[in-house]
Structures are given as structure tokens and as C-alpha cells.
Ligand binder design. Sequence first.
Ligand code: B12
Length: 221
Amino acid sequence: MTEQLLQYLAECIERGKVNQQAAYPPDLSGRPGASEVTRELLDNGTAPNHILARALMVGMERIGEKFGSGQAFIPDLLIASKAMYAAMDHLKPYFESGAAQHKGTIILGTVAGDRHDIGKNLLRMVMEGNGWKAVDLGTNVSAEQFLAALQEHPDSLVGLSALLTTTMLNMERITKAIKAQSPQTQIFVGGAPLSQAFNDKIGADGYFPSPQDLVAHLETS
Ligand code: B12
């Protein structure tokens, strides 16, 4: 049953079925959408991380692949994002629930030229849920904006997100600008096209495929 719901939730994300009321896509009219199915899975005791990895990310990957091969277009990505956010609204309280202690501050943002914010927002939720204060600079963030935030919060970590191969170059520029001014600041990077090799090349302090992996690293270092 859980497996079927996860599969259906991945379909809701991929095809942009936001909630039961949503008329789109027409063949799913009247059926539950991403919002209701996520709620049901949580109420059945399915772990939020499991829902994220086994359904939400799967749906986003699939629509991304279709887009990459010309079978889907920008409006399809936008409606999939809307469904993703409808699901994330239910996960948010679970990710944020542990925010009692203050372990430090992380300045985070999606780098200049890049408007993808879903991964960055997940990073914020998970960090806050694990006791970190997040200073979220949003998307399309320049090196100057990161440096200004660091002046205000000098002992912070920095988390950079990039989803485009083109904006990975800006991630390199931003990392170098921060390290030039503040060599001791730890910079962590993430986003679908990244790798540890890229992290090493640009002189950042760690690539993590998910925010949970970054948290695990910080707990042990
Ligand atoms: C949704 C989406 C969009 C939406 C974004 C909506 C939004 N509010 O974010 C819209 C429609 C706006 C969009 C626009 C574009 N997109 Co787009 N998009 C996607 C899609 C389908 C999903 C991205 C996503 O949200 N995934 C879900 C989240 C949760 O995953 P994530 O961001 O990777 O984050 C996870 C991890 O990476 C990690 N993480 C992320 N950041 C960080 C940071 C740190 C520090 C850590 C530790 C972890 C971490 O944590 C998250 C959870 O595990 C991807 C396909 C894909 N597979 O990624 C294409 C994709 C990224 N887009 C692509 C393209 C080409 C574009 C456009 C250029 C299209 C165009 N012609 O205009 C524009 C660019 C606009 C811009 N300037 O940014 C390409 C990029 C190709 C490339 N090689 O660069 C992709 C790969 C699609 C494809 N297959 O071609 N897009």
C-alpha cells in the first residue's frame, strides 16, 4: 500500500497534480494530488526522508529527464514545482521540528544566474530542523551579497546551491571571492550537477548530495 502511494505521489509530482481540487491533468481529475497523498503517507507513519527520496525526488527527476529530451516544457516544470511545494508544505513541520538548540549560523543561497530554489529551500528546512540558524539570501545571489551577509554574520558557514552547468561557474567565482576575503569560512556546495571533484576543483569545503548528508558531516566534524 505504502509502495503504491509512493509511486502515485511520484506521478503526481511528475505530472503536476497539485491537490484533489486541481483540474490538471484532466485524466487525474477528482483524484487525490501531491498534497493529500503526502499527508496520507505521513499519517501512515512513512518517514519524511523516505517520502522525499522515494517519491518527490523521483517525480522531479522524471520531469527533468522529459524536459531534457524535449518531451516536456517550462510550464510542465513549473506545475511539477507547484506540486513539489504542495508536498513540501506537509514535510516542513517534520524537518523543522528539532530547532531547539542553536548550533551556529549558515548563510545560504542559490548562486547568481540561477533561479532554482526547491533544493535550497529544503536545505534551509533541514538545517533549521537540526538547530542551525539559516540566513537565506534567496536565488540569483551574487558574491557581493554573500560577502555582505558574512560581514553581518562573520562566524557563519556558507551553503551554495546550483542546478545549471552554466551557474556552476558562478559558484566557483563566489567560492573564490569568499575565500579571498575570509579564508577560514567553510563553504559547502550542493545541487544536482555537482560532485566532490567539482568541490575540490573550486576550493570549497565539501559537496553533499543532500542536506541530511551535510548535517551528518557537521555532527561528526
Ligand atoms: C523544477 C525545475 C525548474 C523550475 C524551477 C522552479 C523552482 N522554483 O525552483 C523552472 C521552470 C523555473 C526551471 C527553469 C530552468 N531550468 Co530547470 N529544472 C527543474 C528540474 C525539473 C527540477 C529541479 C528541482 O527542483 N529538483 C528537486 C530538488 C529538491 O533537487 P535539487 O535542487 O537537486 O536539490 C537536492 C540536492 O541537490 C541537494 N542540494 C541542493 N542544493 C544544495 C546545497 C547544499 C549546500 C547541499 C548540502 C545540498 C543541496 O538537496 C536537495 C535535496 O536532496 C531540473 C531537473 C533535475 N533533475 O534537477 C531541471 C533542470 C535543472 N533545469 C534545466 C534548465 C536547462 C532550465 C532552464 C535553463 C530552462 C530554460 N530554457 O529556460 C531554466 C533556468 C532558469 C534559471 N535561470 O535558473 C536543466 C539544467 C541542464 C544543465 N545541464 O544545466 C535541468 C537539469 C533539466 C534538464 N534535464 O535539462 N527549472
